[in-house]
Design a protein around this ligand. Structure first.
Ligand code: NAP
Length: 273
C-alpha cells in the first residue's frame, strides 16, 4: 500500500483526497491519498521520506516553490515555473513535476475545443498559477498573451522570464486589445464572496472569447456566472483541478487516470461539501 500525501498548509479544505481516492478505488491500485498539514520546517523530511518509502504526493500552498528546490529530478515544467506540485520516486531519485501546467492545458483545450496553438489569450494575474498558464501557452505555440495584474512589476517579470517573446503587458486601456480567443482568470478574485469580478463585461475585448476561471467554488464562480449570462462559454477551475490530478495520477501509477470517475468525485464532493 503506497501513501500519496498532500503536503501544504492549510489542507483540510482540499478536494484532491476525494478525487484521488475515488480514482484509486476505481482502478484498484494499492494506494491511499491523505492530506498532511505540513509546516515549512517539516517539508524536506516529509517529501523525501514519503517518496523514499515508495510513496509520493502533491504539494500545495505555501510550499510549491520550496518543493521545486527539494526534488532531485525536476521535470522541465518545474525548472521553468519554479514550482513543484507532484513528487514520486523513480530510479532511486525523487522526481518532481508541475502538473498545473498540464492540467491547465487540458482544461483550456476542452473549453476551446482545440489546442492553444495560434490563439490570443488575455491572462489576468501573475502569481504561481499564472506562471503555469504562461509556460503551457508558450509550449503550445500561442500567438500572443496579454497579461494584466494588480502589481505591474510582477506581470513584467512573468512576461520577461516565461513569455518567450509572445507575452506583453495589457496597458490601462482595454481598447488597445483586439479579438481574443480566451480570457483566463489566474487571480485570487472569486475566492471570497465579496470579491469584485476580475474583469467586468464592459472591459471585455471585442469578439467572443472563451472564459476560463482557475478559481473554483461549490457552485459556479460569480465571474463564470456573469460571463455565461452575457452568452460567453465559461468554465471554472474544477476541470483544471481534475486534470492536474489526473496528470499526477499518471506520474505515480504509470497508467491512464480514470478521468470520468475523477470528475464525478469532484461533482459529488462539491455538492455534498
Ligand atoms: P498567488 O501566487 O498568491 O497569486 C495571486 C494572484 O492574484 C496575483 O496575480 C495577485 O496579484 C492577484 N490578486 C490577489 N488579490 C488580488 C486583489 N484583491 N485584486 C486583484 N488581484 C489580486 O496565487 P496562485 O497560486 O497563483 O493562485 C491563484 C488562483 O488560482 C487561486 O484562486 C487558486 O485557487 C487558483 N488555482 C487553481 C488551480 C486549479 O487547479 N483550478 C490550480 C492553481 C491555482 P499581485 O501580484 O498584485 O499580488
Amino acid at each position: 500500500m503506497r501513501l500519496l500525501a498532500l503536503l501544504g498548509d492549510p489542507v483540510a479544505h482540499s478536494l484532491s483526497p476525494a478525487i484521488q481516492n475515488a480514482a484509486f478505488r476505481k482502478t484498484g491500485v494499492e494506494g491511499i491519498y491523505l492530506p498532511l498539514r505540513t509546516g515549512k520546517g517539516d517539508l524536506p523530511g516529509l517529501l523525501r521520506g514519503i517518496a523514499r518509502a515508495g510513496g509520493g504526493g502533491n504539494v500545495t500552498l505555501p510550499h510549491k516553490e520550496s518543493a521545486a528546490a527539494l526534488v532531485e529530478q525536476p521535470l522541465p515544467a518545474v525548472v521553468r515555473t519554479g514550482a513543484c506540485n507532484t513528487f514520486w520516486l523513480a530510479d532511486g531519485r525523487v522526481h518532481g513535476d508541475n502538473t498545473d501546467v498540464e492540467g491547465f492545458r487540458r482544461a483550456l483545450r476542452r473549453l476551446l475545443g482545440r489546442d492553444a496553438a495560434g490563439a490570443r489569450v488575455l491572462l489576468l494575474g501573475a502569481g504561481g498559477a499564472a506562471r503555469a498558464v504562461v509556460h503551457s501557452l508558450v509550449e503550445d505555440g500561442v500567438e500572443g498573451i496579454w497579461i494584466r495584474n494588480r502589481s505591474r512589476e510582477r506581470a513584467v517579470e512573468l512576461a520577461e522570464t516565461l513569455g518567450g517573446g509572445r507575452a506583453r503587458i495589457m496597458e490601462a486601456s482595454p481598447t488597445t486589445l483586439s479579438e481574443m480567443d480566451a480570457v483566463v482568470n489566474a487571480t485570487r478574485l472569486g475566492l471570497e464572496a465579496d470579491d469584485p469580478l476580475p474583469l467586468l463585461p464592459d472591459e471585455f475585448p471585442p469578439g467572443e472569447p472563451a472564459c476560463l476561471d482557475l478559481v473554483y467554488a461549490p457552485a459556479e464562480t460569480p465571474w463564470v456566472r456573469t460571463m455565461r449570462d452575457i452568452g460567453l462559454p465559461a468554465e471554472d477551475g474544477g476541470e483544471m483541478l481534475v486534470q492536474q490530478g489526473a496528470a499526477a495520477y499518471e506520474r505515480w501509477w504509470d497508467g491512464p487516470a480514470p478521468i470520468e470517475v475523477m470528475r464525478d468525485a469532484l461533482t459529488k464532493v462539491r455538492t455534498t461539501g
